[in-house]
Structure formats: C-alpha cells, structure tokens
Design a protein around this ligand. Sequence first.
Ligand SMILES: [Zn+2]
Length: 459
Amino acid sequence: MEFIPCEICGVTDERELSTRDRDGEYLRTVICKRCGLVYTNPRPEISELREYYEHSYRLDYKGVRQPKKKHIVRAAKVAAERLQEIRGYIFQGMKSLDIGSGGGEVAYAMQLMGLEGSGLEPNEGYADYARNVLRLPIYSGCIENASLPQVSYDIITMYHVIEHLHGPLKALRSLHSSLKTDGLFVVECPNAESRCQAPSHRLHRAHLYNFNMTTLQALGEIAGFHTVRMSLSSDGGNITAIFRKTYSAGVLPDLTHNYQVVMKAWEGHSKMGYYLSKHPYRRFTAKALRIMKEGIVALFTRKGETLLRKNLEKHLLPPSTQKQRRWSYGLAGTFAGIALFISSLWSISSLMDHSEEIRTFIERHQDGNDVFIVVHGNSLKGLSQVPGVVLSQHKKELKTTIAGIMRPNVDIHLLVEDDHLHHIKETIETASLKTMKIISVRGNAYHFLTTETHYGPKL
Ligand SMILES: [Zn+2]
C-alpha cells in the first residue's frame, strides 16, 4: 500500500469519507479539500493491480475468460449507444483507438462505420478474442505501460477505464501525444455525485478515483485538452467528456467550490432517499427486460461475430441497409410491453423530482452574469424560486422573455428538453444574441452543448 497526494492539485489536503468498500472490506477513501476529487488513499501498489487486471478482473465480473453470447448482445448495445453519442464527431477514414477495448465491440463498431478501428486491452483472453474472432488490431497491455505510436490517431476513446488508473493524468498526457492535431479524446466514467446506487454500494475496490464533472474536466484541461462537451447519462450515473487536443499549457482552474458540491452530494445521499427514489426500481425493470431480450436474441444466432455485427447494425445503420429478421422480436415485444408499463409508472414519478435535479445543475454551473431560461415549465414550477432562473413556454413567450433579459454582459443559457429543440430553433436564430449556450434536458440528463456545437447565431 502507498499514500499519495491529490492527482489534480499535487498536494495532500484530504478528508476521510469512508473506510469500507461495497463488500464491507477495508478501503480508505478520501476527498481532496481543494478540488473535490474522491480517491483511494492508501492504495495498492501498481504491481498488485496489474496482476489483478491481467488475470482475474473479467473473471470476477462475468465468470468467463471469453465473452458469452448474452454478453455480446449487451456489449453491442452499449457500443452502439457510445457511437451514437459521438456520431457528430466521427467520419469515415478516421483512425481510432479504444483504450480498454474488452471484447473489441467499440473498435468493431468503428470499423462498421468506416473508420480504422483498433484497441488496447490488458486482459489476455479478451484481447485474443478480439484479434482472432473479430480480426481486429488490438495491442496487449495497460495504458500505463503501453508504448503507443505518437501523433497517429484522429480519435481515442476510453470507457470506464480512467477510474481504474494509477496515474490518470500521466495516461491522459500520453494519449494527448498519440493524437493528431485537433484529435478527439472521449472519456466516460462513473459520476461521484450519482445517486443511482445505494450509498453503501458507491465505493468499488477497483476504482481508485471517483470523478464528478468538474474534476474530470479539470484533469483533461491540465493534460492539455480543450473541453468540447460534458454530459451526464440519463440516470446521472455516468459522465461523458469529449475533449479536443490543443497545445495550451494546461492551467489548474480554481476548484475550491467543487469540494462543497461533492460533499453535499455525498452526505445528501441516504439509504432511505435511495429506496424512495426511482433508481432501484428502474434498474430492476431495465435489468429484467434486458435479460429477456438478450436471451431471446442470443437463442437465434450461432456465431459470436454475426451476433455482434447484427446487433450493431440494428442500432447504427439506417433501416434500408439492415437485413434484420424481425419475427424473433415478437415474443420479446410482449414481455417488453409488460415491463415498459411498469417502468412508465416510475417515469411519472421522475417528473416530480425533476426540478430538484435541474436546480442542482444550475447552481453548479452558474456564475455572476448567467441567466438560465428553462423552456417548458409545467413540471418545473419550483424552479421559479431559484435566483437567475426564468421559466418560459417555448411558443410566443420565449421571444419576449429573451428580449426582456438581454443586456450587455449577460449570458443567457437555455435549458431545453430534446423534444422541444425544434420548436425554439427559429427563435434562437432570429434573436441576435452574442452568447448562447443550449443545454438539452432529456429525462434527467443534461447535455451541455458548448459553443463548439453552437445552435444559435454565429458569434
Ligand atoms: Zn485536489
């Protein structure tokens, strides 16, 4: 075991959060009082961890050395969702690398989309599977000791790896040097502020770092990246960051407020609150539904690669190019109907705590000159009490609202549900605003569309 300073601040100024992991075993977790980064301290030596990942990590998780058919179905769906998320940033002919490529699903999906997909994977069984069965170029090893080619990739992706790394900053700097100029780096990890797991289940032995949006963004920027987009998954459990390679020096921003934000989220998450929320029940229905679907789909396909390709095509390619046999989904549909009915009951309840989550989001992103217009207010009336927030319907009212607020030095942000984006597009374009950020709200997910994916008039 070794004691370490904060990865972001480089100093030790910590507070102990917990001494147990989710299995009740000893694991000391601390929070940095300067930036809010949550991490394991002390932690196992690098050699102990390497041994664990190379031989037992996947076994611990799934009880197999190579992916089973049901795991392929699940991995295909996850890979398709990941590519959908970054679809606007990927183009045919790009060279991509997936770090921690597992069974090769993301690299395979990239190839299906016309990119040169490749991967890096420490687990021998999974790396062999992706190389031999899927015929993918996969490097063996961990990011921390791999010698990757320099200035070679247009896009590097890293899903649920960064929280496991001994030296995440060093790894990000190494990936930065492997990217071409303006290359993209996509990273996803669990959210330290998440409430979708029971409080006692938050800390995982294999996760050395627990980031929230602020600390993940800070780490990327210190490594020399420019932030393109930060977003949360629909249940708030995961953060996705899209960074672009720049040559800026990488300055540490002032993060002192983030310590309070993380502490509030940590202490505010109670066992009772969790069981009264929609999360455990939504998780249960989603899991039941998923197991049924996976079983049925796997039943009708023999070969692992065919199963992967068909499932990726279903999610990624337009219907005209799919050669899908739909009949096998009939049975799944019946079960899905029942499960959806149950889960819809919980979606209704999710409307009720919607405004609380948006309030937290606004408070976190607000500084002096920001006014947030929350478009479509019916379920969000509670927000009108929040300073700096104005509620507006999307129809005629929005134009008047914008006109009423617009002043020099005021930055107007819109919070818009995805479904309503098309209603307000014209309003945004005709209003001559200098700065306009749009945040789309889908369920309780917030997608911060920064100026780089600008929706309004040109700056
Ligand atoms: Zn720190």
